[in-house]
Design a protein around this ligand. Structure first.
Ligand SMILES: C[S@@+](CC[C@H](N)C(=O)[O-])C[C@H]1O[C@@H](n2cnc3c(N)ncnc32)[C@H](O)[C@@H]1O
Length: 469
């Protein structure tokens, strides 16, 4: 993050705008809307700016900028078309420890002014850190279209009830539930439709019944997909924002965790291969305990929770304890990695079925039905198969698969570090040995893998293939 996003209270504070043209006017309008006392300095000041300053009983100095213009000032904006003046204002302000913005010159700024969607008192600020004003403008247009113009009225109404709700519903978790229930019910619709009286009555009624609000904990078992945060489902995103506490795995990326409600408690529970940082039984017990405390608990897992994710064991304990839960599927690594590698998992010409298999070694062996796995016209996806790769290739060949059967290994699929290794059953073990492969990886075996040379679309350049392929 290049700049820290903050909202500054400039009400009744002296704010200097150096410059008297259209750009200076636009900045002055913003400062004026936030209640600042304007001091405008420029040899020439355009009419609208002059009117604005006079209407707000601000100061106008029709002359060149002087250092003393910064005396008694809270914040500084330079918006002249003279680079030397802009530079001078920036240096002098920084020397005095004053926040300074020089329009369109991020390198001279200690703060930048974001693009805003204003539904006061709700204000959404958007910034590209000075890299692309057009991008922020497009984002602003999208958000403007999404948020009804009357949204601010909803915030104002809620603000009026804030103190009362706090004194009536004294427990923090119950109060959170009260607001959540209120905001997911019919009340916001009443305000947005202009019927604030009905909304007011509705809130009063809910407040009267708030003692019946039992604090009921719940668990959301949610699949976070294989890595790309854009592959999260809409439901996953919603629950990630509702949860009070999150238990997450190693496979859930930092980018995905950034989408969790910022004030939610976040507990990392492992698990790297052969390094289960929190044992499964302990995770199950944590889920039960936290839900019994009345919390909304998000159990966030890589991929899909019901595919090699031990999700069944976790909900089994919850069911025993009669704790309510929801399961939200995620895109499993096989689908995500195959799609991003450009390998269709089935194809009418060469693969009529697909099998997801664990390649996890137990006591040095992989206990699988090799005869059926070695058959043609199917695709086999091995999860957790890197350590046993040599054994997998050998076993398939010794049970009748052609040594030239195509195989791909996808490393960190769907992410910016995705790498695809493509070879045959005969060549893949050497290819993997010769390259430093990083977890997590998935292995795809079958004739469909050959199509990757035509269908690759994501990080096409990140491909290693053996020369015999
Ligand atoms: C314990 S399993 C969990 C699978 C997960 N529940 C799912 O549905 O994808 C972990 C294995 O999934 C595979 N995996 C998960 N994410 C992956 C990714 N982004 N790229 C490659 N393989 C991945 C790897 O084989 C890894 O060892």
């Amino acid at each position: 993050m290049e700049f820290l996003p903050i909202f500054l209270n400039v009400r009744s504070q002296n704010c200097v705008v150096v410059g008297g043209g259209e750009v200076a006017y636009r900045k002055a309008v913003l400062l004026d809307r936030a209640g600042a006392r304007l001091r405008v300095v420029a040899p020439k000041i355009c009419e609208p700016l002059e009117k604005l300053v006079l209407a707000g009983a601000g100061e106008m100095h029709i002359r060149a900028f002087k250092e003393s213009d910064l005396d008694g000032v809270f914040l500084v904006v330079a918006a002249t078309d003279d680079e030397t003046v802009n530079q001078q204002v920036s240096e002098l302000a920084k020397n005095r420890g004053l926040p300074v913005n020089v329009v369109d010159k991020p390198e001279l700024c200690s703060f930048i002014v974001p693009s805003i969607v204003d539904r006061s008192p709700v204000v959404i600020a958007i910034s590209s850190g000075g890299t692309s004003p057009i991008l922020t403008r497009q984002l602003k247009e999208k958000i403007e279209a999404l948020i009804p113009a009357t949204y601010g009225r909803l915030a104002m109404l809620l603000g009026k009830f804030r103190g009362r709700v706090k004194s009536v519903v004294t427990d923090f978790t119950s109060r959170t539930r009260f607001w959540e229930k209120l905001l997911s019910g019919p009340m916001p619709g009443m305000v947005l439709a202009g019927d604030e009286v009905a909304a007011w009555r509705y809130i009063e009624k809910q407040l009267g019944e708030s003692d019946q609000l039992a604090v009921q904990g719940e668990v959301f078992l949610v699949g976070a997909g294989p890595g790309d945060p854009d592959l999260l489902t809409i439901k996953a995103l919603r629950l990630m924002y509702e949860a009070d506490v999150v238990l997450y795995d190693r496979l859930v990326s930092k980018e995905i965790m950034l989408k969790v409600r910022p004030d939610a408690e976040k507990i990392h529970v492992g698990k790297a291969r052969a390094n289960h940082s929190v044992p499964q039984e302990q995770i199950n017990e944590m889920l039960v305990r936290l839900a019994k405390e009345g919390k909304k608990v998000l159990r966030l897992k890589g991929g899909d929770p019901f595919i090699f994710g031990r999700g069944g064991e976790e909900i089994d304990r919850l069911a025993q304890e009669k704790i309510p839960f929801q399961v939200v599927p995620g895109i499993t690594a096989a689908s995500g990695c195959a799609a991003y590698a450009g390998i269709p998992l089935t194809h009418r010409d060469c693969s009529q079925s697909v099998r997801f298999v664990t390649g996890h070694l137990k006591d040095g062996s992989i206990d699988l039905d090799w005869d059926s796995l070695a058959k043609e016209h199917q695709t086999i996806v091995f999860y957790m198969g890197l350590v046993g790769l040599e054994k997998i290739c050998e076993s398939l060949i010794s049970h009748g698969a052609e040594p030239d059967l195509p195989i791909a290994l996808v490393q960190q699929g769907t992410t910016e570090t995705q790498l695809v290794l493509r070879g045959t059953l005969a060549t893949m073990p050497a290819l993997v040995l010769a390259n430093e492969v990083k977890a997590p990886t998935i292995i795809i075996v079958g004739r469909v893998v050959a199509l990757q040379s035509k269908y690759a679309w994501f990080r096409k350049e990140a491909l290693l293939e053996d020369s015999a392929d």
